[in-house]
Design a protein around this ligand. Sequence first.
Ligand code: DGL
Length: 263
Amino acid sequence: MNAANPIGVFDSGVGGLSVLHEIRRALPGEDLLYVADSGHAPYGDKSQQFIEARSIAITEFLVNRQAKAIVVACNTATGAAVTALRSRFSMPIIAMEPAVKPAAENTQSGVIGVMATSRTLASDNFVKLFARYGEDVEILGQACPGLVEQVEAGDLSGDKTRLLLEQYVLPLLERGADTLVLGCTHYPFLAPLIQEIAGAGVAVIDSAAAVARQLRRRLEVGDLLADGDRVGTECFWTSGAPDKAQALVTQLWKADVEVSSLP
Ligand code: DGL
């Protein structure tokens, strides 16, 4: 494996771009390949077998493009497929974990809310987090159907998005949560609105920066870090409609980009 090779990143859609932003910040010299499986989003209501098969197919695509490491920038795919990916592929595979640990350290009220897909909340990974931190703090899981679709539609602050968020956030506040964990990589794009609804006294946290740091550590350990002085590139693919994806990725990545069709 060559340090000059790119890093492969994927998500059920455009949510993983929130992780890609942090990866770019932490690793300016790396070439990044991003696959949005928007043609199959949301993953939240798909079977474990389906998500696993999609994750393997996308990872194979990235490996064929010489990816030296894979970032599963999707909490739902992490829960459903990371074990299969790690047993099948030998390169570093970095995956998501809802930021329950920093939330447990941050809370003053002793109550934290975790917003995620119902599949993530039911996953083994989350059950383990719950067991590890749930004795010291009260952890309220909140499934948020519909939010991924709003982000996929580029609607980050419209009436319907606000209504859905109020429906999910307000009950968590009523039960005493002072810290909200965004356990789905689409939700950081809604963080300004979530913060507005929750109020300034509530901390809203996600794990994208921690995942980027973990990726950096894994590359360092494997002697796989690209030359930090160069300017890294990004390439984007989608399994959805490329025109639509192009506008949406440009909006969320905050730069003009070209999005190709995933073969
Ligand atoms: N970004 C994915 C996650 O982190 C969204 C899941 C979905 O597509 O339902 O869970």
